[in-house]
Ligand binder design. Structure first.
Ligand code: HEC
Ligand code: HEC
Ligand code: HEC
Length: 411
């Protein structure tokens, strides 16, 4: 063998061993650790802050941290995380001193929510736990005041955390692509709420991250300058619902053909308040429910979206759960109307209806719960109002299917 080939062989061997040890290192050490700073800020709790914090947390945290069965923020599996990233569980963020965040300081919470670095371990939290880099101090303090409040959702709950099992890809990306954020060096002032476009932009890009989901792809998203994201607000980003069906985001630029250029301000307010588009169709999960926003806030988001450059880009087709071959009419209609998007094929998705058949033994009451959920759960419930949306002839079938799901679950 020529000497040169032997050398190449040795070098390749070394590279292979080095690559394997780096892979093993990444595999065993998990997410990288970072240096930490001590934040001494104390959050003052006022009734107004708690109320604002509740409103924000209901739209920003609950979907991922609430156990659908107990309604407490004790953590749950993220059912819509793409499989290639592994399996992720959110955590117990009730006031429990050991299992929850009861003993965390305000500064530790601020540090995690701004930077994405865990204040106790120094480890980076992956992108599926959001970070709030543009949110005003006032709004972030309100969320913390809520977490400390006497709201039933956050009372100490002795529930163990389930450790996430990130894939190798997730851990690898956390070394090369996902990075924590700097802690802001100066206070972040709230926006001028009298300036509709500035206020709307703050809500859409700084609080609710509408741009992140509604741009073309998470890979071409620019977290520091959202307007530089690929296909900014033109949709096409691929996401999953709780049944792991593909539900791509859609074009909400002012383009008249492919975006929402033909939606009037009132259409937009109605859609945000009810969860249904002007044509009566449901905006499917993972599109959030933003009905807790005030009319003014929604108007301001609309005003801002009107200033986004229109992009002509047709929406991709979403996937639908297919009814089983022996499906009853009720099962078909449960899928057709989109109940399956929130409640899953088993009745336990991000919301739970498996207990309903025992809770409401009378069919007419169960039908009424579905048609008028506000009467049963209060005006701010996330469950859409189905009166006028479901063909009255279909209601008994759907009621029967809800009962079927409850019985099958053994609840
Ligand atoms: C898209 C889902 C998602 C949303 C939305 C979300 N979280 Fe999380 N959160 C997670 C996941 C997943 C983890 C755990 C990550 C891990 O360790 O694997 C987590 C971890 C945390 C932790 C660390 C707790 C601990 O004991 O380690 C805190 C605190 C937290 N989240 C607070 C919040 C707050 C407050 C909000 C709303 C402002 C929020 N999260 C919104 C998914 C989410
Ligand atoms: C977690 C990702 C996500 C976030 C955050 C999000 N959306 Fe959506 N949105 C979607 C998806 C996915 C759809 C498509 C749903 C469907 O196919 O039924 C959608 C649909 C819509 C639609 C319906 C438009 C149409 O033509 O069908 C509007 C309007 C909308 N979103 C506005 C917003 C606004 C405003 C915000 C921020 C306040 C926002 N979205 C935040 C994912 C998201
Ligand atoms: C956007 C998500 C969403 C969709 C779509 C949805 N639901 Fe719900 N549903 C919820 C939430 C959240 C609750 C819990 C209500 C609360 O506590 O405020 C709920 C509650 C219920 C309950 C009462 C459960 C109980 O234990 O009291 C029933 C029954 C129900 N839904 C049936 C349906 C049916 C049938 C459909 C389709 C026609 C449907 N839901 C569509 C989110 C949704």
């Amino acid at each position: 063998m020529k000497k040169i080939f032997r050398w190449i062989g040795i070098i390749l061997g070394v590279i292979v061993i080095a690559a394997a040890s780096i892979a093993a290192y990444i595999h065993f050490t998990g997410f990288p650790s970072y240096d930490m700073q001590t934040i001494t800020t104390k959050v003052e709790s006022t009734p107004a802050r708690i109320e604002r914090g509740r409103t924000l947390a209901m739209m920003l945290c609950v979907e991922c941290h609430r156990n659908a069965e107990t309604q407490l923020l004790t953590g749950t599996q993220l059912k819509d995380l793409p499989e290639e990233f592994g399996v992720a569980y959110s955590r117990n963020i009730t006031q429990h001193p050991i299992k929850g965040i009861g003993q965390w300081s305000d500064g530790e919470l601020l540090w995690l929510l701004r930077t994405g670095i865990h204040p106790k371990t120094g480890k980076y939290l992956p992108p599926w736990m959001p970070k709030f880099i543009r949110m005003s101090d006032e709004d972030l303090h309100s969320i913390i005041a809520f977490l400390r409040s006497d709201d039933p959702m956050v009372q100490p709950a002795d529930v163990d955390n389930i450790e996430s099992q990130p894939s190798f890809l997730a851990k690898f990306l956390a070394r090369v692509a996902f990075k924590p954020f700097e802690y802001p060096s100066a206070p972040i002032a709230p926006p001028d709420t009298n300036n509709p476009i500035e206020h709307g932009k703050y809500l859409a890009n700084g609080v609710f991250d509408c741009y992140a989901c509604h741009s073309g792809d998470f890979k071409t998203m620019n977290v520091f300058s959202p307007e530089l994201s690929g296909d900014y607000y033109a949709g096409g980003n691929k996401m999953l619902d709780v049944n792991r069906m593909l539900v791509p985001s859609v074009n909400i630029t002012p383009d008249k053909e492919t975006g929402i250029g033909n939606w009037t301000e009132q259409d937009f307010i109605n859609a945000m308040k009810t969860g249904f588009r002007p044509d009566g169709s449901l905006m499917r999960y993972p599109m959030g429910r933003f009905h807790r926003l005030t009319d003014t806030e929604i108007r301001h988001i609309y005003a801002f979206l009107r200033t986004v450059p229109p992009i002509k880009k047709a929406n991709m087709k979403a996937e639908n759960v297919q009814p089983s071959s022996s499906a009853t009419l009720g099962e078909k209609q449960y899928i057709q109307y989109g109940c399956v998007g929130c409640h899953g094929t088993t009745g336990l998705g991000y919301a739970d209806l498996q207990k309903a058949h025992k809770k409401y033994p009378s069919d007419s009451v169960l039908a009424d719960v579905i048609l008028h959920p506000k009467i049963y759960f209060g005006p701010l419930t996330t469950m859409p109002t189905w009166e006028g949306r479901i063909n009255p002839n279909h209601v008994p079938n759907i009621v029967a299917h809800v009962r079927e799901l409850g019985k099958k679950s053994g609840q």
